[in-house]
Design a protein around this ligand. Structure first.
Ligand SMILES: [Fe+2]
Ligand SMILES: [Fe+2]
Length: 400
């Protein structure tokens, strides 16, 4: 057997213990090899660690002077010193998964819990690759990359890890800095997203405010009571939900319905405010408010404006095709138009006007049912009647 070189920092127990010649020969060969490497002042720190398969304790058969100097430890308890010096985090990779050094960060406690698993990974794959962050007794922090091969000596129930520790402090500090910058960027991006969301919400609120005021402006010129557009839009939202619309779509109806008569801005006062009934020519002009409204609301791509335009254009269409301006019929009339037609007429009937009294709710419902399949979508009339309690609540709420 070869002689052990006079290493001075040899702390192993295999060569002097009751182990097989094969294991001893392997340890001795590795020691001589690593010792020779040290003589050439190679930068990586060689080491040989060993452990019994059934014992969590690890010890060093050999450790390069660089590691002992770093830990200021020259006794046999190098392994314990190293365990204690590992702080904060370590990064391990699973060689079998063909990952390079992984980004998974384990703190000291997690590392202890996973030690058996990591050992098994090393034993099964024959390789270990890890990076340790170490607090040296001097207070300095070091990152050491550990690259080792693991050999199992079944007869002795011993595992040998033959490896090199490479100082990768500069690289890892750069990586830490990168991680810090990325985290800062993520925080900044999140902040921007919140800002954009807030601004979008403000813009949407401003948009709603403008269109509602536009609807009010149109209503001021009419003889209807001030709460017509409020009630009518609440009926629309309720009926939309009853007709199976999603919350978003019924909300759109709620916000867009107030603009159904915005085209009346373009109707002359002599017709709009005429106390008596309109003659045929006047009525033809009055019908123009649908197209005028649609033109006013056209050209904007938002869901709100598209829905508002559709309601303005279609709220006087009739299920049987006798409505205006285009004489659409059945489901050829957009749903928003069919819903708003019912709600507009219902509120007109049940509201007081300078020229008429408010109809009782029951009479108004009878009128809707009479027009079921003629003026109005029959299914929507049924849904409206089925939800008459909610309709009544909206009516009474607005009436007080
Ligand atoms: Fe109208
Ligand atoms: Fe109306």
């Amino acid at each position: 057997m070869k002689q052990i070189p006079a290493l001075g920092h040899y702390s192993g127990r295999i060569l002097s213990g009751n182990f097989s010649d094969r294991l001893k020969a392997r340890v001795l060969e590795a020691i001589c090899h690593f010792h020779a490497l040290e003589q050439f002042a190679c930068a990586p720190i060689p080491y040989i660690s060993a452990w019994r398969e059934d014992d969590p304790a690890i010890w060093y058969e050999f450790a390069g002077r660089g590691l002992r100097d770093l830990l200021d430890c020259y006794g046999a308890d190098l392994a314990e010193h190293l365990q204690k010096a590992i702080i904060g985090r370590c990064i391990y990779s699973d060689q079998r998964a063909r990952k390079r050094v992984g980004k998974k960060i384990l703190d000291h406690r997690q590392l202890s819990r996973r030690r058996d698993q990591l050992r098994n990974e090393g034993r099964n794959s024959g390789q270990v690759e890890a990076i340790y962050k170490i607090a040296a007794p001097t207070g300095n922090l070091h990152w050491l990359k550990d690259q080792a091969t693991v050999e199992l000596f079944v007869d002795d129930r011993i595992c040998l890890s033959l490896g090199m520790l490479i100082d990768v402090t500069k690289e890892m500090q750069a990586e830490e800095e990168l991680a810090r910058v990325e985290k800062e960027l993520r925080r900044h991006r999140h902040h921007l997203e919140v800002l954009v969301r807030d601004r979008t919400r403000e813009l949407r609120a401003a948009q709603l405010e403008v269109v509602q005021r536009l609807a009010r402006a149109a209503e001021c010129r009419d003889q209807k009571t001030g709460d017509h557009i409020t009630k009518m839009s609440r009926y629309c939202a309720m009926l939309g939900v009853a007709a199976g619309m999603r919350k978003n779509a019924s909300d759109l109806l709620f916000h867009a319905a107030p603009m159904h008569d915005v085209g009346k801005i373009g109707i002359t006062d002599s017709i709009l405010l005429k106390p008596g009934p309109l003659d045929a020519d006047e009525f033809e002009l009055m019908k123009g408010h649908c197209v005028i409204g649609a033109k006013l609301l056209a050209g904007h791509n938002s869901d709100l404006m598209r829905t508002a335009r559709s309601i303005a254009l279609n709220h006087h269409e009739k299920w049987d095709g006798s409505g205006y301006p285009r004489g659409l019929s059945g489901k050829g009339i957009p749903l928003s138009g069919r819903v708003s037609a019912i709600c507009d007429v219902f509120d007109a009937l049940t509201s007081e006007r300078p020229y008429k009294r408010a109809w009782p709710l029951d009479d108004a419902v009878l009128e809707l049912q009479k027009e079921r399949g003629r003026h109005f979508d029959p299914q929507l009339v049924d849904s409206f009647v089925e939800n008459i309690h909610e309709i009544k609540a909206i009516h009474d709420d607005q009436a007080t």
